[in-house]
Design a protein around this ligand. Sequence first.
Ligand code: PGA
Length: 254
Amino acid sequence: MAQNIIAANWKMNNDEYSSKKLTYEFLKLLNRKNNPKTLKVLCVPHPFLLSIDNMCTGTESVFVGAQNCSSFKQGSFTGEVSALMLKSLGIKYVIIGHSERRDFFSETNEELLNKVLRSVERNISPIFCCGEPLIFRNKNNHLEYVINQLKETVLKLNKESFQKVIIAYEPVWAIGSGKTASNKEIEEMHVAIRKTIKQKFGSSVSKNTSILYGGSVNAINAKEIFEIHDVDGGLIGGASLQAQEFIDIVNSIS
Ligand code: PGA
């Protein structure tokens, strides 16, 4: 069975004080009712990794993740953060391939494969994002587009490395837009992704791969989305910046 995971993607929001305050409020609410079967991963900006991780230490099933890592191992790459650096801080998760990185920083599937390789070789699980821009859905090419993103990246890993990967399906048009995909659209894509993983790595790997949905998930729609077949949790942007709303989302998964 795939692990249920709710991951927060704070993106480039807040300063250190407000990040700590948000974490404090989240942990306080979580401690009233923490289901250890659901993994909670807070993907925070690089400068706050250590302080937020320290705050989460001791709370069961809560981890801190990064939002990006370099495709290079080390060297003269000013401003980059390596998977080794993340590893040395004890970080176990990193978001790779978010559509904002693909769009604003021109990250290609080739570069993303290198990022995935750098993270799995340090035993860090990539939360690998895939998802189609609206134009591909309108042309009814969405399945092909997303499966191709996976074929050019995580599906090139060997079986052992792939088992560290978490997939997040995020239709680009649903991110931060207030428009979620319909239940049918989400199920169609998640089923197709799991089937493709099965074809490549077999049924036991496919059953154990967590496939998250992301894109305008909030406290109101979360429960219904998490009940969809083949959805193992969510990657939450805007709604993860409010402790109570994020907790309500966390508590929506059974
Ligand atoms: P959203 O963002 O929940 O604000 O739509 C999701 C994401 O970008 O991961």
